[in-house]
Write a protein that binds this ligand. Structure first.
Ligand SMILES: *[C@@H]1O[C@H](CO)[C@@H](O)[C@H](O)[C@H]1NC(C)=O
Ligand SMILES: *[C@@H]1O[C@H](CO)[C@@H](O)[C@H](O)[C@H]1NC(C)=O
Ligand SMILES: *[C@@H]1O[C@H](CO)[C@@H](O)[C@H](O)[C@H]1NC(C)=O
Ligand SMILES: *[C@@H]1O[C@H](CO)[C@@H](O)[C@H](O)[C@H]1NC(C)=O
Ligand SMILES: *[C@@H]1O[C@H](CO)[C@@H](O)[C@H](O)[C@H]1NC(C)=O
Length: 387
């Protein structure tokens, strides 16, 4: 925690250091953390402009925009939530105490998606744009596969975490593992209640795909599959977490429990699966139609892979019909050789330099005990945007 420099304090930042900010699991914030999002007229699309099949992009966007002031403590409030199919409104009524968590999960999913794709041509911004920008998410593309998986993971993650923090009256900590802990460790703390998160999250996420008459069967199967992949990635993120005890942090005794990784770590895992996603077709296999890999290899779809039905555009040029915003004016990195490099980001069109001033904390000094003072330094950096 750092406080802004006081005008009288000679531009000193003061940061109080706690153990948790020093923990190895602590991560640097993404570079896009403080960046303003392009402003858009509020009001949003009306409920009727969404076919119910477009969860989570519609429901999530609507939920993420739910004003903080909206009370969610009466069943009548469920009707005020936009974008939900009737089965979800029903779930809302019977699990009202979950709804704050679901709304929180929607916000987390959007933020996490944008962060995970900040360095890509497709940067997840369409998750909150007007309906006519939705093609990238509604066509059954690789991008929509990622969004469905992440959304399903986000809901279950949020519910499991809410159990741990005691925010949900209806659930408690997860199980104490059956195996013995490591030497010097003991089980304790409060494990994330993953099974409850998965159960309730799946009910909520998958409800629209179970609606009979809407959307194509292939799309629904794709969404269900990818949501399950998201939950699988969440399951895989369960890890042992420990807290040290002992004289002055000597860590002679540790209390350990099973906890979920942060959603952004789950998103990183899903992004890897996005990059190697499999194109599938809806084809009869045996007595029913299934999603099977489009390429010649005859094998069923794996439980661990994200699948998509439609190829994506290259997202280089603006083309609203296919949901591409183009990369004109996107920032690129001249020294990177990854997806954010100017070559790849700008699709070979070239880029324009501009100078930017950055203010940062510098000359930081640690004082015993326990705070850090820093100076405030300004420098100019050259940045580049795509032509
Ligand atoms: C419901 O929420 C509103 C606004 O947050 C609050 O004023 C009201 O007292 C709450 N009602 C109950 C029954 O908790
Ligand atoms: C998780 O929460 C559910 C719902 O309250 C509860 O029934 C279950 O016992 C909890 N799981 C464990 C392992 O305690
Ligand atoms: C994401 O891409 C859109 C369209 O190219 C752009 O307008 C927006 O500024 C980008 N967002 C970020 C955070 O780079
Ligand atoms: C550009 O990429 C390089 C190499 O990956 C990295 O070290 C640097 O921090 C990046 N610059 C910006 C502004 O993101
Ligand atoms: C970038 O280049 C370095 C050195 O040539 C290489 O080790 C690294 O794997 C490359 N990264 C990517 C993303 O291509």
């Amino acid at each position: 925690m750092c406080s802004k420099p006081h005008s009288r304090g000679g531009g000193l930042w003061v940061c109080h250091v706690t153990l948790s900010t020093l923990a190895p699991s602590g991560r640097a914030l993404g570079v896009y953390e403080g960046q303003a999002q392009p402003g858009r007229a509020s009001g949003g699309p009306s409920r009727s402009s969404f076919p119910p099949s477009v969860w989570p992009s519609a429901a999530f966007r609507a939920l993420a925009k739910t004003p903080a002031a909206l009370a969610l403590n009466k069943t009548q409030h469920c009707k005020q939530l936009e974008g939900l199919v009737s089965a979800q409104v029903q779930l809302c009524r019977s699990n009202l105490e979950l709804m704050h968590t679901v709304v929180h999960a929607a916000r987390q999913a959007m933020k996490t998606c944008r962060r995970a794709f900040a360095d890509m041509r497709w940067n997840c911004s369409s998750i909150e744009l007007a309906p006519n920008y939705l093609m990238d998410l509604e066509r059954g593309t690789r991008e929509s596969a990622f969004v469905y998986a992440l959304s399903a993971a986000a809901i279950s993650h949020a519910i499991a975490r809410a159990c741990t923090s005691g925010d949900l009256p209806g659930c408690s900590c997860g199980p104490v593992p059956g195996e013995p802990p490591g030497p010097g460790d003991r089980w304790g703390g409060c494990a994330d209640n993953l099974s409850y998160g998965l159960l309730m999250g799946a009910k909520f996420s998958d409800a629209p795909m179970k609606v009979k008459k809407t959307g194509s069967q292939a799309n629904k199967l794709m969404r269900l599959h990818n949501s399950e992949v998201g939950r699988q990635a969440l399951r895989a993120s369960l890890e042992m977490k420990c807290k040290c005890h002992g004289v002055s942090g000597s860590c002679s005794i540790r209390t350990c429990w099973k906890g979920l990784q942060e959603l952004q770590d789950v998103a990183a895992d899903l992004k890897t699966r996005y990059l190697s996603a499999t194109k599938v077709v809806h084809r009869p296999m045996g007595t029913r139609k299934h999603l099977v890999p489009k390429d010649l290899d005859i094998r069923p779809v794996k439980d661990s892979e994200l699948v998509y039905l439609q190829s994506s555009p290259d997202f280089c040029m603006k083309n609203e019909k296919v949901g591409s915003h183009g990369t004109q004016d996107r920032q690129c990195n001249k020294t990177s050789n990854g997806s954010d490099s100017c070559d790849l980001m700008c699709c070979g069109r070239g880029y324009n330099p501009y100078t930017d001033r950055v203010v940062e904390r510098c000359h930081c000094k640690y004082h015993w005990c326990c705070y850090v003072t820093c100076r405030r330094c300004e420098r100019t950096v050259e940045r580049y945007v795509c032509k």
